[in-house]
Design a protein around this ligand. Sequence first.
Ligand code: ATP
Ligand code: MG
Length: 197
Amino acid sequence: MQKHCLAGVAQHKIEALNTNLRGFLKQIVAIYPGSFDPVTNGHLDLIHRGCKLFDRLVVAIARNPEKDDSLFSLEERMEMLKAMTADLDNVTVDAFEGLLMTYCIENHANAVLRGIRAVSDYEFELQMALMNRKIEPRVETVFMMPAEKYSYLSSRIVREIASFGGPLSGFVPELVEAHLRRRVAQKRAATSEIPIK
Ligand SMILES: Nc1ncnc2c1ncn2[C@@H]1O[C@H](COP(=O)(O)OP(=O)(O)OP(=O)(O)O)[C@@H](O)[C@H]1O
Ligand SMILES: [Mg+2]
């Protein structure tokens, strides 16, 4: 019956109706925040899924100058992310400091993209999403799941494997692997210069 009624409605009227229903959500701009230290194939899987769903996707590296023990500098992380997303027209890379919700509003974003790997992610992500909603109800958090093969992958585990010279192929792109090998070698060289007492 519904189908039959709609069949007679002009296309432009349907579009007007959709615009009204979606309101200011008609352009969906999403922020994908994280530390990306470094970007993994799991992050990239999510970015590829997200850019199909949103009109624009901003991958935003969170800066925490007070507690910065990251392996790569902000500039290095940004450079790797930009190289790996260069072919995606609606994806940009940025950095931010402070409250994620403030950054969202400043950038006219109406969604936050987060990834759920295993149950262990859920509790922390739920707490964050609910707190963010309390701070800014106009921004929705959207959770996506990666391909199964990436569901155990994290930057931390990649850093750990790299530090022991283990295999990285399939976990990170070749460019990121090269950066990781170089950084580990630099760190080794720096520590071997310290005389052992
Ligand atoms: N393999 C993955 N599959 C799906 N989502 C992921 C994956 N890795 C990270 N994410 C998601 O990306 C977002 C940013 O995560 P983050 O930059 O902390 O990566 P991470 O791999 O968890 O790094 P770290 O191990 O340093 O905490 C989070 O929502 C996280 O759940
Ligand atoms: Mg993490």
